[in-house]
Design a protein around this ligand. Structure first.
Ligand code: T46
Length: 149
């Protein structure tokens, strides 16, 4: 895994873990303690049987999320419009925070990969930027006074 994330609005999230030897490990994610927002939605992506699958390919205007690969591994590509980076997720207690306005992709899923996502809001298609040019235009939009403060 890359040691450092340089793309803006993003970063690693390391959850505490309680290791019970060969009897298992517990990782814990609490609202506003380990996760930097109120969790309103949880979803998970699995049955990734197509090794060439590339998911994501969009950005969010307002939504914040944390992604954990709780089984197997995958790669997360992130792009803030200026800087791009690819991060490998291969440890259930190490996640990646994706803030607003980040183009992201998920790919190179290992067999049995399960991606768990904690999200700051309910699903809304209006929050998606699903076209890369639309994403770039959104980044370059004139900012409101509220956004500038
Ligand atoms: C994201 C990455 C990390 C819903 O109806 N409700 C939901 O909560 C979600 C997550 C999806 N959907 C529907 C919308 C589409 O018709 O499920 C379908 C597939 O969604 P999408 O193509 O956006 O899936 P991914 O894997 O490309 O992206 C998902 C999240 O949608 C997205 O917010 O950031 O995981």
């Amino acid at each position: 895994m890359d040691n450092q994330i340089i793309v803006k609005n993003s970063g690693f999230i390391e959850l505490p873990k309680i290791v019970d030897g060969d009897d298992g490990t517990i990782s814990i994610a609490e609202n506003l303690r380990h996760i930097p927002f109120e969790i309103k939605r949880v979803y998970y992506i699995y049955n990734l049987n197509n090794p060439k699958a590339i998911r994501g390919k969009h950005a969010h205007k307002q939504l914040e999320q944390v992604l954990f690969c709780i089984a197997g591994s995958c790669e997360i590509g992130i792009d803030d419009g200026t800087t791009e980076q690819t991060v490998t997720l291969d440890n259930p207690h190490l996640g990646i925070y994706l803030g607003t306005e980040l183009w992201h992709t998920m790919k190179n899923f290992s067999p049995g990969c399960i991606l768990l996502v904690l999200a700051s809001d309910f699903y809304s298609e209006n929050d998606y930027l699903r076209d890369y040019d639309e994403f770039k235009n959104y980044l370059n939009r004139p900012k409101t006074q509220e956004e500038l403060e």
